[in-house]
Ligand binder design. Structure first.
Ligand SMILES: [Zn+2]
Length: 309
């Protein structure tokens, strides 16, 4: 029931955001284009559109030569993605699909885009995304046709440059951050979210590198951030700093709990009192306590000289 309330609040927030995001010139495209609570899309910057499907977001960019689409998310989401692109940019070709990283909840769905826009639409990703997807060998996820190394690359699509940056292994070693220089925007998937806590116990997350990667992100020149998860709409540089502070706070709680000999359960209880500022964040009720457990275990494993009994 509480989750239901949060969900309704979330939908309301996204719809309200959609209205604020509208400008007179983009009004037709910027209003949510459907009555389905699971999906909507809206403009978040000049010629940039965010599509939400359930709790995932993706992004597409309209250039003077056609459209570039990031993560297609899933076959179901991609059906809506096709509709959104054709509504916003009728008759325009799809110039490329870009996978942010290899995880299947972001990379699936390109078959549907290719069915709608042409079987030869290139798919661009980090070279290790190609390697992982080859190993995975899943027909639902067509392989990248063009890859980018750790050095990154600037791609030109008509009048629009899209920079792809590799800035660390905080969320797999395959993740590319896209920067749109004209809009001074970056697209950030999974290693930071908009005012939301981390996923469950953050299994396998390299928390030190996650924080370092968020800091490296701030070396790029941008004002706006489009996220793959979290609160709807774009964030900004402060949103990234709030994420970093959150993970630092989690680690700080874990370190002091371990230093004082508190059990994991007691660390959870104390962290809930010590960090009340996160109670309004996305997924707080579902995952905050699990995040504390994850941070406690991470510190034990990576920093604590005394291993847990
Ligand atoms: Zn991921």
């Amino acid at each position: 029931m509480t989750i239901g309330k949060i969900w309704i609040g979330f939908i309301t927030l996204t719809l309200v955001w959609g209205m604020f995001a509208s400008t007179p010139t983009m009004a037709a495209a910027a209003q949510p284009q459907n009555r389905d609570d699971d999906v909507e899309w809206y403009s978040i910057a000049n010629n940039v559109y965010q599509l939400r499907y359930e709790h995932h977001y993706t992004l597409f960019v309209v250039t003077d030569k056609g459209v570039v689409a990031f993560d297609p998310l899933s076959d179901e989401a991609a059906e809506h993605y096709v509709h959104a692109i054709k509504t916003v940019a009728p008759g325009q070709p799809l110039l490329a699909v870009i996978y942010s990283h290899w995880h299947t909840d972001h990379a699936t769905g390109a078959n549907v885009l290719r069915r709608a826009f042409g079987g030869d639409v290139p798919i661009i990703a980090h070279e290790r995304t190609l390697a992982r997807l080859k190993e995975l060998d899943d027909n639902a996820i067509p392989l990248p046709t063009r890859t980018v190394t750790d050095k990154g690359e600037t791609l030109r699509f008509g009048d629009t440059d899209i920079e792809l940056h590799y800035i660390g292994y905080g969320h797999t070693d395959t993740l590319l951050v896209a920067r749109l220089p004209k809009q001074k925007m970056v697209y950030v998937v999974d290693f930071a979210s908009r005012d939301s806590v981390g996923w469950r116990e953050m299994p396998g997350w390299p928390l030190d590198e996650l924080i370092a990667m968020q800091r490296r992100l701030l070396d790029l020149d941008f004002d706006k951030v489009a996220f793959g998860h979290g609160r709807a709409g774009p964030g900004d540089r402060e949103t990234i700093k709030r994420q970093t502070l959150y993970y630092e706070n989690l680690l700080g709680e874990a370190r002091s709990a371990i230093r004082e000999g508190l059990s994991e359960d007691d660390a959870v209880i104390r962290a809930a009192y010590d960090l009340p500022q996160y109670r309004g964040w996305g997924n707080y009720k579902r995952w905050f306590r699990l995040n504390v457990r994850g941070a406690y275990r991470w510190v034990q494993e990576h920093e604590s000289p005394v291993k847990h009994r």
